[in-house]
Design a protein around this ligand. Structure first.
Ligand code: NAP
Length: 300
């Protein structure tokens, strides 16, 4: 293996420490405590785990954490009324509605009912438009985490060829917009892309956000490229015992790490950065709401 491993777990701990230091200063100097509200509808076990760990880390950095757990059959009107109350609560600076929502609700309607200034997931149509037009916005957490790691590893990204595999609204598209903003030459690949392997081989920066276990192999990677693996896929691991599973990314780590200059592992790469960036976004939103200087290096 020749690639440098980009340690997302350590990087995320560093980001959370920066957030915590800034939160402490806000309290000391302005008597302000950032507040994050997370709304979960239903009892999806994976979502419950995410929400619990978000709450725990929010408290750890010194912020106020509020959790709203609503029954799966909650009406859309009741959810919208809760969001309206949170929009108008001055102690809440960030609102996150855990996705996916139950089928009887419109995710677009619900997300677009969040005050854009409190939309710490960056999914509100206003924030999407602001990012696309290069204006100040709240940026989706996963691509923000990827950008922070890329800047940390490569410094100036200007002029580099970037290929983003995946065009989802939560990862692929905002990632591409962020890379364009940092003056990369960006190509977005997806399921209809022709000769995707050759395209990837031209990338100085290769971001994989596909949801297909180990799809991107080492011979797709340009020698020395920086590879960011967003994928989180659970696959069977009979070698660990009957019925056991393990997590893998969208990149075949072993073969890619022999060719790449640097690579994020799964787990321990992009994943931990996502919650760290949620906390960073909440802090940024709180500073903006109070007309205070934003923390440096914690936003796009
Ligand atoms: P998604 O909404 O399912 O989008 C997947 C994208 O990959 C689509 O644009 C799809 O193309 C493209 N794709 C699918 N098969 C392909 C193929 N064979 N060749 C090329 N492109 C292909 O997924 P997502 O929400 O962006 O998530 C992607 C991965 O990231 C998942 O593994 C997810 O679990 C993970 N994720 C991780 C984090 C984190 O915190 N680390 C956060 C979010 C997501 P089409 O548009 O043409 O269908």
């Amino acid at each position: 293996m020749s690639a440098k491993i980009i340690d997302g777990k350590a990087f995320a701990a560093k980001v959370r420490a920066q957030v915590a230091a800034h939160v402490a200063r806000l309290k000391d100097q302005h008597d302000i405590m950032p507040g994050l509200a997370v709304v979960l509808v239903g009892e999806d076990p994976a979502s419950q785990i995410y929400v619990r760990s978000k709450g725990k880390l929010t408290v750890e950095v010194g912020m106020k954490s509020v959790e709203h757990n609503l029954a799966a059959d909650t009406s859309e009107a009741d959810l919208l009324a809760l969001i309206d109350a949170l929009n108008n609560d001055p102690a809440i600076h960030g609102i996150l509605v855990q996705l996916p929502l139950p089928g009887h609700m419109s995710s677009d309607l619900v997300i677009n009912s969040i005050d854009p200034a409190k939309d710490v997931d960056g999914f509100h149509i206003s924030n999407v438009g602001l990012l696309a037009t290069g204006q100040k916005s709240l940026v989706p957490c996963t691509p923000l985490g990827c950008l922070m790691m890329l800047r940390d590893h490569l410094g100036d990204l200007s002029g580099l060829n970037a290929v983003v595999v995946g065009r989802s609204n939560i990862v692929g598209k905002p990632m591409a917009n962020l890379l364009v903003r940092d003056s990369c030459t960006v190509t977005i690949a997806h399921s209809r892309t022709r000769d995707i392997e050759a395209l990837c081989r031209g990338a100085d920066i290769l971001v994989a956000a596909v949801g297909r276990p180990e799809m991107i192999r080492g011979d797709w990677v340009k020698p020395g490229a920086t590879v960011i693996d967003v994928g989180i896929n659970r696959i069977d691991a009979p070698e660990k015992g009957a019925g056991k599973t393990r997590l893998v990314g969208d990149v075949h780590f072993e073969s890619a790490a022999r060719i790449a200059g640097a690579i994020t592992p799964v787990p321990g790469g992009v994943g931990p950065m996502t919650i760290a960036c949620l906390l960073a976004n909440t802090l940024t939103a709180c500073c903006r709401a109070n007309g205070l200087a934003e923390p440096v290096g914690l936003s796009a």
